[in-house]
Design a protein around this ligand. Structure first.
Ligand code: SF4
Ligand code: SF4
Length: 396
């Protein structure tokens, strides 16, 4: 029995927001084709056909849709997709996930999400001040109110969702504000997404690329070259933010109230149970099967550049793409570990972490500090103790 994950972009890099830190607009802008538009019905059907060639009974598969803004593909596109998958009549478990900026979400989308058990990732940045600074409409206006309205709609329709909050360096200085947002909005699941510095390819392009498409993804957001807006997260601030958040989270846990903060969940799963639930937490890349609207496949959302393309799912199966030389090169790339890692107690578990997150949550520019290590040194023990105590009490 296997569990496959695909990350599909039905509307490519198209978006109805102009978030200042959008990392996917930066990536797509330096590709030969910035946007492949909306995925056609023919391409969709070919992709599903090829995916099912590798699926056996009892397998599980997650189709996660994101962009750009995936809602731009239209509700009929998703109806077609789930009908096609359902028509296969196989003994498998299918999960759906959908990451959205929320602008287009209305009652009919909520009905659909509920009917097909979609798990939604909704991007909201903690307060109007932080949100409206970066998450702006095509007219240049803040979108806080519209996004919050979508959240309340998901609540009303009892659609399951995570809040995706981009962790800028400035927001990381105000963990209490982030916590108040969680409390005031009664959020049960939240993921803080590190705001990244621009990728090498973008910086090498030697020009300002417009950061004007897409929406924060589950793994990161990034800024254009030369950004000095206080957005790019830095390791010291990363550690301070989560240390303080842990204080509030622990108090809530002790009242028997579990709130899922993705980073804490990942650390607990990995260090207490040996299960890596975040890509890169064990220092290894995992093949993410990022599928663009023309069927092109990339190994990681951070690396959806032309030179990392691993195949096309309209022509090849997942197995063939996994076995392709480009995929294996990406997965097996050995990066030199920074010196600071050599004397780190977490070295064998972490192995330098995710290479794309290195500058923002791990090793600072001067290589004398690692934010993740600082957090683990101070907080891993208390975090493990809290989880063990609360779950032991829960089973008594
Ligand atoms: S760079 Fe590697 S570890 Fe990081 S998210 Fe991509 S595949 Fe995962
Ligand atoms: S110093 Fe940081 S990145 Fe290096 S092994 Fe330790 S925790 Fe991981």
């Amino acid at each position: 029995m296997k569990h496959l994950n695909l990350l599909i972009k039905p509307a490519s890099s198209l978006c109805n927001m102009r978030c200042r830190y959008c990392f996917y607009s930066g990536i797509s802008a330096v590709r030969e084709t910035a946007s492949y538009g909306i995925m056609s019905g023919e391409i969709t059907d070919k992709i599903i056909n090829n995916v099912f060639k590798d699926i056996n009974d009892k397998d599980e598969i997650t189709f996660a849709f994101q962009g750009g803004e995936p809602a731009l593909a239209g509700l009929s596109w998703y109806r077609h997709f789930v009908e096609n998958v359902a028509s296969r009549k196989r003994d498998i478990t299918v999960h759906y996930a959908f990451q959205t900026n929320g602008l287009l979400i209305d009652e009919s989308w909520c009905d659909f999400f509920r009917a097909h058990n979609f798990l939604i990732g909704l991007s909201i940045d903690a307060s109007p001040r932080f949100h409206d600074r970066n998450r702006i409409s095509t007219a240049g206006e803040g979108t806080w109110q519209a996004c919050l309205r979508s959240k309340h709609l998901l609540d009303k329709y009892q659609v399951e969702y995570n809040i995706l909050c981009v962790l800028t360096n400035d927001l990381a200085k105000e963990p209490d504000k982030a916590w108040r947002f969680i409390q005031n909005e009664r959020i049960r699941y939240i993921q803080f997404i590190p705001c990244l510095d621009p990728p090498e390819e973008q910086a090498n392009a030697g020009r300002e690329v417009s950061n004007h498409r897409g929406v924060a993804n589950q793994r990161g957001a990034a800024l254009g070259p030369g950004d000095d807006s206080g957005n790019i997260l830095r390791p010291v601030q990363f550690a301070k933010f989560y240390s303080r958040l842990l204080y509030w989270w622990t108090r809530e846990m002790e009242k028997g109230n579990y709130i899922s903060i993705k980073f804490f969940d990942d650390v607990v799963h990995y260090f207490c149970r040996g299960i890596p639930t975040a890509c890169g937490i064990n220092g290894q890349c995992h093949n993410q099967y990022v599928v663009e609207a023309d069927g092109s496949v990339y190994p990681c959302d951070f690396y959806a550049f032309d030179r990392y393309k691993t195949g096309n799912l309209t022509e090849s199966t997942l197995r063939e793409i996994f076995d392709a030389e480009q995929t294996q090169n990406f997965l097996n790339e050995k990066l030199e570990l920074p010196k600071i890692c050599e004397k780190c107690d977490f070295n064998t578990a972490c192995r330098g972490g995710c290479k794309r997150m290195r500058n923002v949550m791990y090793i600072g520019a001067n290589e004398v500090v690692c934010g993740y290590r600082s957090f683990l040194e101070k907080c891993l023990g208390p975090l493990e103790n809290t989880v063990q105590r609360v779950f032991q009490e829960g089973t008594q």
